[in-house]
Design a protein around this ligand. Structure first.
Ligand SMILES: NC(=O)c1ccc[n+]([C@@H]2O[C@H](COP(=O)([O-])OP(=O)(O)OC[C@H]3O[C@@H](n4cnc5c(N)ncnc54)[C@H](OP(=O)(O)O)[C@@H]3O)[C@@H](O)[C@H]2O)c1
Length: 401
């Protein structure tokens, strides 16, 4: 697959992107608009009460952020008209039927126009409330599939999952799809019934309501329930368990829809395009680095030789685009979803000890730049020039911001 194939494929295509306000979703949106300005339309479905609020979210949280700098430089003053021509914000919620798209005219237009559906949406909290995670990572995957099946000229449904649906295993893990009701190796029971899990959630919520439980009690009970059910069936946490169940529903109900599932490992900042090093908020490995930098994590009990499977976000997006195009073009029927694991540990492993070395190197570089008079801007709009005071936490704050 070369870039010409990709650019040709994207020309005049209409793509529904779910999760465009998320880390990976916005990198995908930027990249497709940058490499193929002649795509027909991107429907960006976001949680919002109406189309106005959805559009505002897309502008504020996606188009106007630093990530779009290269595109802004390219289009200059014409960027707004380019965006309004190519991007349509849709107010919705994938935990609802019809993805929460209540305007039937818009829904019909989408069913007519959409060529590709891409689902980046998820709740990625490891210990999310079970009801929320089941709604967002499991049942929502099914809702998106049902929506995609109604699109008359659909060529591909691509769903982003996680490599950790495979649980805690070592060695080479094959790109195998789940069958409905599958459990993992160490589970104490062999049969998982997603419908019974839904009923259990409803029953627990009703019970809590009958007991007039406080919001805090509901939160903690539902979080504990998620972890308990995940461990019962062999998964380490609620996030990966509910993502695995989402995959099961997709595989079981896909019928003849072309379906690709991408399973990335731990996604890190952008490697090359459009802005090397760009990352947003604290999510996985970066939260550990920042906690360390802030002095909140004085030690990390780990084997220095343990491999951390990190993969830069732009590489994941490149895989998403290539897999989407290659499989849509191949147009070959596959009874099972086509799965891709996206990680680095096979070819370019990073060990915990490497991380410590990189971190020290970055601190030293920052220190040298500060001594040379370089200014750093923090999120709190403070500037550091020189005047090193080791009693302050300034160096750690720089790392944090
Ligand atoms: N980040 C990682 O290290 C990593 C690693 C492996 C796999 N993944 C997978 O990659 C995908 C993208 O991850 P990410 O890091 O970009 O996640 P993220 O930044 O947390 O973004 C999640 C997105 O999903 C949207 N969303 C959540 N619930 C929704 C709902 N009910 N209806 C509509 N949209 C909803 C969020 O919208 P709001 O803005 O409204 O919240 C947000 O746009 C996920 O499927 C995740 O499981 C991530």
């Amino acid at each position: 697959m070369d870039s010409v194939d990709i650019i040709q494929f994207l020309e005049n295509k209409t793509i529904l992107v779910i999760g465009a306000t998320g880390f990976l979703g916005k990198i995908f949106v930027e990249k497709t608009l940058r490499i193929q300005p002649n795509l027909k339309k991107l429907y960006l479905l976001v949680r919002a009460k109406d189309v106005y609020s959805a559009t505002q979210r897309i502008l504020n949280e996606v188009v106007e952020i630093e990530l779009f700098k290269v595109l802004r430089d390219k289009w200059g003053g014409n960027l707004s008209s380019f965006i309004s021509e190519k991007v349509a914000a849709v107010a919705g919620d994938i935990s609802c039927d019809n993805l929460g798209v209540n305007d039937s005219n818009l829904r019909e237009e989408m069913f007519r126009e959409i060529d590709v559906v891409l689902n980046f949406a998820a709740t990625t909290n490891f210990d999310e409330r079970y009801d929320v995670a089941l709604g967002t990572n499991t049942m929502a995957a099914f809702h998106v599939l049902s929506f995609a099946k109604r699109c008359a000229k659909i060529k591909m449904f691509l769903h982003v999952s996680t490599a950790y649906v495979c649980g805690e295993m070592s060695g080479v893990i094959t790109e195998k799809s789940f069958y409905l009701g599958e459990t993992l190796g160490e589970s104490k029971t062999s049969k998982l019934d997603i419908n019974s899990e839904k009923k259990l959630v409803e029953k627990t919520l009703n019970q809590l309501q009958a007991e007039n439980a406080t919001k805090e009690a509901v939160n903690s009970t539902m979080k504990e329930l998620g972890i308990k059910r995940a461990r019962l069936y062999g998964w380490p946490n609620t996030y990966v368990f509910t993502k695995a169940m989402g995959e099961m529903l997709l595989g079981y109900y896909k019928e003849n829809l072309p379906l690709v599932i991408i399973r990335p490992t731990i996604i890190s900042s952008i490697y090359k395009e459009p802005l090397p090093g760009w990352i947003e908020s604290l999510r996985t490995i970066d939260s550990i680095i920042c906690s360390y930098g802030k002095g909140k994590l004085p030690c990390l009990p780990a084997n220095p030789d343990t491999v951390l499977d990190l993969i830069p976000a732009d590489m994941v997006v490149n895989v998403v685009i290539s897999a989407m195009v290659a499989n849509a073009k191949a147009n070959q029927y596959s009874a099972d979803p086509i799965i891709y694991h996206v990680g680095s540990s096979m070819r370019n492993p990073i060990k915990i000890s490497d991380l410590h070395e990189f971190y020290t190197l970055i601190l030293l570089n920052i220190l040298i730049l500060i001594i040379m008079g370089t200014k750093f801007k923090s999120a709190k709009a403070l500037y550091w020039t020189h005047g090193i005071n080791f009693k302050d936490t300034w160096l750690l704050d720089i790392c944090y911001h």
